[in-house]
Design a binder for this molecule. Structure first.
Ligand SMILES: C[S@@+](CC[C@H](N)C(=O)[O-])C[C@H]1O[C@@H](n2cnc3c(N)ncnc32)[C@H](O)[C@@H]1O
Length: 315
């Protein structure tokens, strides 16, 4: 269990409520609850920087991440997850621009990435979800900025349309970097793959099937099991634009954080990251330019359905 960090640059005097005992006799579960109850980011913010919505675990800002991120204290966040607009001329909300000239888009990404790097704790993780086209450039930038490359995870998504004269685009890139040596990397196993019709094994594992760990195989860097978010129960009715599966966020959060850690998502969208954090007892800081109200309502009404996740967390 980690101590709850002071997250914001502008701090009010510390409240006695936030002081936590480190007595060994306190059961782990109640220590978790104590931590969760202690998260009151509105106490830590100047008037002008009040979050739009505060839950037990998190704080949501209604605005531009470039304006909000500077309010977050340096070296305070355990994991950043960013799923920005992909510059595909998609219609998000009125304020969002998704059709910038190429260089402008890359410069914009670099500006908020700089802030994400600054707020990450040493050993913290940064995940960047984007088209391979942009992640090639942005990944090179993150290396230039001194982050440690961990993985370029391929997320197999079959919902895109074929493009004339090109290969059929069928994956997104999820870059995984850390700020120095990762402080948290938890081992995940996924179930041994079986045929969904006959239930038999899909591979023969070179004749070593009997020796396989029954809890599953090591998570690979190609994720073919992330369901598309199609059904309304997983989507916001008031925000028809893209939403990620909770399964993807489940994984990112389980790999890189412990209970009580803090996750930051500068592009809240429909609130997927925050809903997963709520469920998994992680704190969160979120920003969203156009749909903060929708996120607030969805979190308050517990409206975000979660995809089933059969991952086994070993570490
Ligand atoms: C690809 S979506 C994120 C989807 C999200 N991961 C989910 O699962 O719902 C990108 C979001 O970023 C928001 N956005 C665009 N520009 C922004 C900015 N400058 N600051 C904060 N949010 C922004 C858009 O309104 C959009 O909802």
């Amino acid at each position: 269990m980690t101590e709850l960090p002071d997250l914001f640059a502008e701090q009010a005097p510390s409240s006695p409520q936030k002081k936590r005992s480190s007595k060994a006799s306190v059961p782990v579960e109640s220590k978790v609850l104590e931590l969760i109850d202690a998260f009151q980011p509105s106490d830590c913010l100047a008037e002008a920087a009040r979050p739009f919505f505060v839950s037990t675990n998190g704080a949501l800002f209604d605005g531009d991440c470039l304006a909000i991120l500077p309010l977050v204290k340096s070296d305070s966040i355990d994991t950043v997850f960013a799923d920005p607009p992909f510059n595909l001329d998609k219609k998000y909300g009125a304020k969002s621009k998704d059709n910038l000239p190429e260089q402008q888009y890359v410069s914009w990404c670099k500006a908020w990435l700089d802030e994400c790097i600054r707020v990450l704790k040493p050993g913290g993780s940064l995940f960047l979800y984007n088209l391979p086209r942009w992640n090639i450039v942005l990944g090179a930038y993150l290396i230039e900025k001194g982050l440690t490359f961990r993985h370029d995870i391929t997320v197999d998504v079959k919902s895109t349309m074929p493009i004339a004269g090109r290969l059929y685009p069928s994956h997104y890139s999820l870059l995984y970097f850390s700020k120095g040596k990762p402080k948290t990397f938890r081992k995940i196993r996924t179930p041994i793959e079986v045929c969904r019709h006959c239930g038999g094994d899909v591979k023969d594992y070179g004749g070593h099937r009997h020796a396989m760990n029954p809890l599953g195989v090591n998570l690979r860097d190609v994720w073919t099991d992330i369901p598309p978010v199609r059904h309304w129960k997983f989507k916001s009715k008031d925000r028809p634009a893209n939403a990620l599966s909770t399964k993807l966020l489940d994984r990112v959060i389980e790999i890189s954080t412990m209970v009580g850690d803090v996750v930051l998502d500068p592009f809240g969208g429909s609130g997927t990251t925050f809903s997963v954090c709520e469920k998994k007892n992680r704190y969160w800081i979120g920003v969203e330019l156009d749909f903060a109200q929708q996120i607030k309502e969805r979190l308050q009404d517990n409206e975000i359905a979660h995809h089933n996740n059969t991952d086994f967390i070993e570490g």
